[in-house]
Every structure is written in structure tokens, then in C-alpha cells.
Design a binder for this molecule. Structure first.
Ligand code: SAM
Length: 256
């Protein structure tokens, strides 16, 4: 199956469950986007792999215009509904692949992307596309989850994530993510990391596929009982399987 078909299949099934989670994903990450994008917030903004538009709708409050871009029509429908319900009139919705976006060079003042880089087959290609469509001096704000710098833990966490959702390609360790952003030509202005606690059953509920739940729960519980935390704090607390996602937010500028 083509990877983009897999993405569309997964996120069509997850559209409603993910939309419900999107407002709280990563704690106060949406407020952080507002702060980091502030310099260009009144301009033309692009939300790459916008999903159900939770980030889009908040940034639309200040933007001249915002383009919500995603591969999955069901996600764009969720985004449209969220923006319509909020009475926003400055949002346009475009479906397509982030690897080749239908926008001219230097179209946008700012770009954001949340929880998406780990779904791209080659994130460097998408970063290159974002670099192309941003104007010189434009800002990119990325928020994503990263893996441990320990290779074995990283491989284990990525394996768990792929079993949960096969459209997951690879969460990167932070140094590799930073190097990918800088390697594209961006200059990193700031970076922050924080851990968000997760509860295994709630996390599995978002993928909305009961068939995956029992086998993955069995494997994750066995790992936790054996003391293998996969670099993600996998453990049992009050008989509940818990872990954390390590979030990173990177703000980078396309040089003038
Ligand atoms: C985990 S969701 C995140 C959605 C949104 N950014 C948020 O944080 O609420 C990932 C989104 O990336 C989209 N996506 C994955 N790969 C893509 C690609 N190559 N091009 C465009 N969209 C893609 C999926 O359709 C999905 O809506």
C-alpha cells in the first residue's frame, strides 16, 4: 500500500477521536504556537498536515489568512467544521501531500506543523517544501514528539508506535530533528522540550481499532513488568499502563 493511502486510511478512521483529543494534545502547546509565531501572526500562515484544525483555528484569530493543508479529506472536514463553528472566514482548506505542496515560492509569512513530521516518509523533503513556500525572513514553528537518544530505546518506542498506528514512520531523536531543520537552510531561533504523561488505554482509544488493542497492551505490559521502559517511561501505576511523550517545539527562520 502506498504510504499516503495508509495515512488517509488511518486518519479517516481516527478523524473523530483525534479531533476530540486535538485541543489538549501536548498540554498548552497551542498557546505556545501563538507565542512563537507572534512576529508574523498577522500575516499569511500555513498549517502543514493540519488534521482537525485545532492549531489552525486558534492561529486564524490573528492571521490575515491561514491555509489548512492535509492529505486526509476526513481530517479536512473536521478542520472545516471547527473553523465554521468558530465563525472564522479567513481559512482555506487544501488537500494534498506535504512533499509537494501546490503553493508558489515565498507565499507565506509563517508555517506551523504539529504531530506530523513522524508520519512523513522523509521529513527533510517536507521541510524543504516548507522552506520553499515561506518568504525570506518567514518563521516555521514545529511541535512534534521525539524519541530517546538511546538507539535501542528509540527503536523500541518507534516499533510500539508503528504497531499502534502503521502510518507512523519514525519519531526522531532531538539532535537529528534539529540537524534536519538546519540542514534544510533554516536557522533555529529557539527550542523547548517537555514531557506529557499518557495513559495507555486513552492513547489506544484514539486509534479506534480494537483489534490492535489487546496484543499491544500485552506486549507493553510485559515490557513494563520486565523494566524495559522504551525510553518513554513505560510503567505500571495503580495497575494502569502509563508512559510519557517527549514533546519538542522548534522555532526556525528562513534567512533573509
Ligand atoms: C497526528 S495528525 C496531526 C494533525 C494536526 N497537525 C494536529 O496536531 O492536530 C497527523 C496528520 O498528518 C496528516 N499527514 C500525514 N502525512 C501527510 C502527508 N505526507 N501530507 C499531508 N498530510 C499528511 C494526516 O492526514 C493527519 O491529519
Amino acid at each position: 500500500m502506498d504510504h499516503l493511502d495508509r495515512v488517509a486510511e488511518e486518519f479517516t478512521r481516527q478523524a473523530e477521536t483525534f479531533s476530540a483529543y486535538a485541543a489538549v494534545a501536548g498540554g498548552n502547546v497551542i498557546a505556545r504556537f501563538q507565542e512563537e509565531i507572534a512576529e508574523v501572526a498577522a500575516g499569511k500562515i500555513l498549517d502543514v498536515a493540519c488534521g482537525p484544525g485545532a492549531v489552525t483555528a486558534t492561529l486564524a484569530e490573528k492571521a490575515e489568512s491561514i491555509t489548512a493543508f492535509d492529505a486526509t479529506p476526513a481530517m479536512l472536514e473536521q478542520a472545516r467544521k471547527r473553523c465554521d463553528d468558530a465563525g472564522l472566514r479567513n481559512v482555506s482548506f487544501e488537500q494534498g501531500a506535504a512533499e509537494h505542496m501546490p503553493f508558489g515560492d515565498a507565499t507565506f509569512d509563517g508555517a506551523v506543523t504539529r504531530l506530523a513530521l513522524h508520519h512523513f516518509v522523509d521529513p527533510k523533503i517536507v521541510l524543504g517544501e516548507i522552506f520553499r513556500v515561506l518568504r525570506p525572513g518567514g518563521l516555521l514553528v514545529i511541535a512534534d514528539v521525539v524519541v530517546s537518544e538511546d538507539e535501542k530505546d528509540a527503536a523500541l518506542q518507534n516499533a510500539i508506535e508503528i504497531i499502534r498506528d502503521p502510518s507512523h514512520i519514525r519519531m526522531l531523536p532531538l539532535p537529528e530533528l534539529n540537524a534536519s531543520v538546519e540542514g534544510t537552510g533554516f536557522r533555529i531561533q529557539s527550542g523547548a522540550t517537555w514531557d506529557a504523561s499518557r495513559e495507555f488505554e486513552e492513547w489506544m482509544g484514539i486509534v479506534n481499532d480494537p483489534q490492535r488493542l489487546v496484543p499491544l497492551r500485552t506486549v507493553a505490559r510485559a515490557l513494563a513488568e520486565a523494566g524495559r521502559d522504551a525510553g518513554m517511561g513505560l510503567s505500571i501505576l495503580d495497575d494502569q499502563l502509563v508512559f510519557f511523550h517527549r514533546w519538542v517545539m522548534i522555532t526556525a527562520r528562513k534567512p533573509e
